[in-house]
Structure formats: C-alpha cells, structure tokens
Design a protein around this ligand. Structure first.
Ligand code: M6R
Length: 606
C-alpha cells in the first residue's frame, strides 16, 4: 500500500523523507518519488525499488528544508514514472502525494480538462493538484480546503507548494496519516515507524482533519476550518524494534519474536489466575444477553478468527460466525443490539474490515477490535479495542501478529465465558496455566529449525502442496498454506481433511506434498485415515504432530513434533514449523521474502 512521508525543519529534507520511505517499505510499493521546495518545486520519480530513487536524488536536488515523498502501490493506472507520485499542477508550483482512492476522479478530471488543465498521468490523484490550482486565488489553504470539498473517496494527502514555501499541508479521510513532532521540525508519515528515528511524539490525524505545518507549529482544523485538538501520542516502541536486529529477513526475526509476543499479549491480563480485562468495558449483563458473535477479518487475521469461532462457540454456547470482511460487508448478515461483532486486524486500517465495522455499528451491534496498531482507525472506531501487543510487524507475511491474535482470542474467549457464566474458576485455571506455558514451548520449538531446513531442502522440487487438517488443525492448515504461497509462490491450498475424497483426491500423485496437521487428540484417528489416503496415492507426507503422538511416524515420511498442550491451544504451536517451512522454501527459491510480489502490508483500499 502507498506510503507518504514529509519533512519541514532546519535539516536537509530530502535524505530524511527518503529514509522515512525506507521505513514504510513493508507496506509494499512499485514506484517512488520525492518533491522538494527550494527556488521552486523539484520533483524526481522512478519505477521500482527505493535504491534507484536514492541514486537518482543523490546530489541532484538543490538544498531544501521542505519535502514530501511517496511510495506507490498501483490502484488507478499501471506502475510507471508518470503515474508515480508526487503529482503536480500545470504551473509546476503545487505538488501532492496521496494514499487512497478518489472515487469521482473521472468527473473531476473531465471538468478540469474543460477548464484547460492538462493531465500527465492515469491516476486519480492528479486531480488534486489541478483542483488546488483551479481554486488558488492567493490563499493556498483555502484552495486546498475547497479542492478537498469536491473530492469523494478516501485520502491521506500531503501538499507542498512554492506559493507557500514555508509550510506543508496534510489532510486525512479514511487513510492513515501521522505527524511526528520534533523541536522546530515536523515529520509526516503514513505510519508511526517512519517517524520513530526522529521523534516519539506523534499526532494521529482523524478523518476530516486538515493540518497546516510550519517550523513553529501545527494548526489543526477540520475541513470547514474549525479548530480541532488531538492528543499527542507518546510512542514507547524502540525504533530499533522495527529493524531487523541481525536477522537476514524481518520474517525470521518476527518468527523469533513470538515467545515474547505471547508474553506481551498476556501481560497484565491475568490477575490471580483469571483473565481480567475491565478496560474493554464489557458488562456482565450485556455479555449474558448476547445472541450471537461475528468474527470478521481478512487474510491471516481471518485465520485467527477461525480459531476464535471454534473455541468461543464451544465455550460460550452461542453461535459464533466467522466471516471474511470482504464478504460480510455485502451479505446483509443478521445483526442487532444483542450481537457482538469482533474485528481482527494487525494494521487496524484494512479497508474491508473497517467497512464491516461501520456496517455492524450502523445495525446497532456492539463492536470490538482485536488490533495491533495503537491509534489505528479500527482501534479508534470500535466500541472497545483489545490490543495484541505484537509491536511493529514489518514483513508483509504476518507471523507474530497472527500468534498475538490467537493469544488475544484465547484471553477474550475465557473472559467472555466467565462473564456469561459458562466457565467456572476451577475450569479456567488449567487453561490459563497452559496459556502461560506457551511462550517457553514456542521457544523450544524454534530450536527445531534445523529439522525444518532439511525438510524444506527436500521439498524444493515440489510445486503443489496440500495442507490438511480437521477442526483447529484445519484453521492452522489455512494459515500454513497462505504463508507458503504468499512468500514462495508455490501452489498451496488447505483442505478439511475429510473433504479430500469428495474431489481433491483426484489431484494427488507422487508429485504432490501433503502437509498434515495432526495435533487434535480427539480427531487423531480420523486424521490418520486421511493421511493414509494420500500416502496410498504416493503423496509425500510431512506431519505436524504432538510429541506424545505414538505412531505418526509409521504413516508419514517426515514428522515434526510439537510440544503437547490443550487441543484448543495447539494452533499456536502447530503454526511455528509451518512459518519456518514457508520461510526456508522461499529462501531456497531466492524469493524476496519480506516484500512478496503484488502484495501490500496494509490493504487500505477495497
Ligand atoms: O492488517 P490486517 O490484519 O487487517 O491485514 C489483513 C490481511 O491483509 C493480512 O493478514 C494478510 O493476509 C497477511 N499479511 C498475510 O500474511
């Protein structure tokens, strides 16, 4: 997804905005550009990676203390230099970087062309600088406001202009934007990690906010010009936490962060052996009155939701429906004020998830976000936010965020069950103890990395992977298959193991690898039969099984043993070797692991 950065202060602006872009690389991009103010507006853009932009701008710009920059992930118009941001007006005096989608850009563009404006790109964004130019009569801020009032859609936008060379302007509607507050200097960014090397004090803009930023301060108003106040967020993450910390890739670092992630997610939420989360504002009478729960999310977060569906329904004794946000928002689900809608999202900015949230709120549901990014839209708009405490996740492929979502799912399930009266303190105690053992168990499992390396080597000639499981293991199979396909580009799909014989078994030959997740005690024999079905058709079988499983090795080619825990907690353990397997297959294949092709970390457009 696109990233915006900007700087105004006393320092040399261009190296700073490019460095900030680097810290947004995890969002994914296909082109990049910079505009700097000094005796006019200077712009440089390129297709491809940031290192090309760095070479391009090196020494090429006159010294400047005001700049904006952008990494683009194409939505309207293919990746190309003309389509890369910043985009300018006809006079060359106004430049804009934009994230989001301007839905009425075609009609605006037609109108602007009638007024004589000439467009150089295929983007929706380019209407913005031309609109500002059209309305400019000596007051840039007024023109910016008027331009935004004509726009329908979503935007985070940064504007620089030689009409007002001592300021930057930004505005936000449905796309994230923050301002880092320094001493006589300010940093604009789409996401907090990009300002952390420079400051920990951040203003998180809300929808409808417009800020004029000068060296001596920030003036914040809404689009009508009325003043608004936003509290300064003091970010406690260490900037180094967002760096690779000695690992070759963020993905492997983030896999290794997972024991700490589970501990951080649990911390402060278990009091005297019981889960307690009073800050969620969930009242016993309301929880007892719930008639159903929806869990709504996308991608990996949806896979964490699948685990929630199984464990919560069993424990809470009410229907728990798990849905993809992109489906939920269009299917008119049955929702009323006795419904709880739980939205799961690492970024808290996924467009479909936010649309589902807003739809649920319109229907009167109580909403709760399980979310990682503090100050994100989901965290702010849901009735309550349960933060997953994974810290910044940089690799596009989610690992530690998933583990933290699972942990939050278990905590919330126990808490809701206690409030509903379906879980006694005696029954809760052993589950809490098992939960607290997970960090050490995951750490122990990471010691088996060498086993995974060997198996990944043996799998390099395989291009079709089937991930099979039942119950919770089927949820893990879906996440394991997603990890492998998104970073190694191998075909992989997950199946409920009992479904194989209803069609997919036709594809099973000696060329296929079957990854069988076999951690659910109560389904062990059923899954064993399914493994034998694929083995009989010559598939190569890797099983992920419990340490205590007595005979998995008898009918699989390889078995990775994971520590024993309660059936419902096994997804936390079963996913770890699958994450490592995906990592090593991708590494062996020479793939760009942290930024897979065509993917973005945060999908803020539909
Ligand atoms: O930020 P979110 O959790 O809402 O993102 C949802 C998905 O885009 C995300 O989980 C995606 O599937 C993962 N990056 C894949 O590893």
């Amino acid at each position: 997804m696109c990233g915006i950065t900007g700087y105004i202060g006393e320092r040399s602006a261009v190296p700073i905005v490019v460095d900030q872009l680097r810290r947004l690389e995890y969002r994914g991009y296909d082109s990049a550009g910079v505009a700097a103010l000094s005796n006019g507006v200077n712009v440089m853009k390129t297709e491809g990676k940031l290192k090309i932009l760095e070479q391009l701008v090196d020494g090429a710009f006159p010294e400047s203390q005001v700049a904006i920059a952008h990494t683009r992930w194409a939505t309207h118009g293919r990746p190309s230099v003309p389509n890369a941001h910043p985009h300018g007006d006809d006079s060359g005096k106004i430049v804009v970087c934009h994230n989001g989608i301007i839905e009425n850009y075609l009609e605006l563009r037609d109108w602007l062309q009638e007024q004589g404006h000439v467009f150089k790109s295929e983007t929706d964004t380019e209407v913005l600088p031309h609109l500002v130019e059209e309305y400019f009569e000596g007051d840039l801020e007024a023109a910016f406001r008027q331009a935004l009032s004509k726009v329908r859609g979503s935007y985070a936008v940064a504007l620089a202009s030689s009409h007002a060379p001592d300021q930057l302007m930004v505005a936000r509607q449905d796309s994230p934007l923050v301002i880092g507050l320094g001493e006589g200097e300010y940093f604009i960014a789409s996401d907090i990690p990009a300002v952390l090397p420079y400051t920990r004090d951040v203003l998180v803009l809300e929808d409808g906010d417009l800020a004029v930023i000068r060296r001596d301060g920030v003036t914040l108003t809404n689009l009508d010009g009325s003043p608004v106040e936003r509290q300064t967020l003091h970010v406690t993450w260490d900037a180094a936490a967002a760096e690779k910390g000695g690992y070759a890739h963020f993905m492997r670092k983030e896999i290794y962060d997972q024991p700490a992630t589970i501990r951080d997610t649990i911390r402060g939420r278990i009091i005297d052996g019981h889960v307690d989360m009073p800050d969620l504002g969930l009242h016993e009478d309301k929880v007892r009155a719930l008639n159903r729960i929806y869990v709504v999310a996308c991608g990996t977060a949806y896979h964490a939701g699948l685990v929630a569906g199984q464990t919560w329904e069993r424990r809470l004794r009410i229907p728990v429906v798990v849905d993809l946000a992109s489906e939920f928002r269009y299917r008119d689900p049955v929702i009323d004020e006795r419904t709880l809608v739980v939205l799961v999202s690492q970024s808290g900015e996924t467009a479909d998830t936010l649309a589902a949230l807003r739809d649920a709120k319109r229907h009167g549901a109580r909403t709760l976000g399980i979310v990682n990014v503090v100050g994100s839209t989901l965290a702010r708009e849901a009735d309550s936010a349960l933060y997953t405490q994974a810290g910044p996740e940089i690799c596009v492929a989610s690992t530690k965020a998933y583990i933290s979502q699972l942990t939050a799912v278990y905590l919330l399930g126990l808490y809701l069950a206690r409030l509903r009266g379906t879980l006694t303190p005696e029954a809760e105690a052993p589950i809490v103890e098992a939960l607290q053992r997970l960090p050490d168990q995951v750490a122990a499992l990471l010691q088996k990395e060498d086993e995974v390396v060997k198996i990944a080597d043996a799998f390099m000639d395989c291009h079709d992977f089937f991930f099979l499981g039942r119950g919770m293991d089927y949820a893990v199979a879906q996440e394991g298959a997603l990890k492998l396909k998104e970073i190694s580009y191998r075909h992989s799909e997950a199946l409920a193991a009992g479904e194989m014989k209803h069609g997919t078994l036709a594809l099973v030959t000696g060329d296929v690898c079957a990854i069988c997740i076999a951690t659910q005690e109560h389904l062990r024999e059923k899954l064993a039969s399914n493994i034998k079905e694929v083995k009989a058709r010559d598939a190569r079988v890797l099983a992920i099984a419990r340490e205590s499983d007595p005979d998995i090795h008898k009918y699989s080619d390889w078995a990775i043993r994971v520590p024993d825990s309660l059936d419902e907690l096994m997804p936390v353990l079963a996913i770890v070797p699958l994450q490592l397997l995906a990592y090593y297959v991708a590494r062996n294949a020479g793939c760009e692991i942290d930024q897979p092709r065509n993917l973005a970390k945060s999908v803020t457009v539909e």
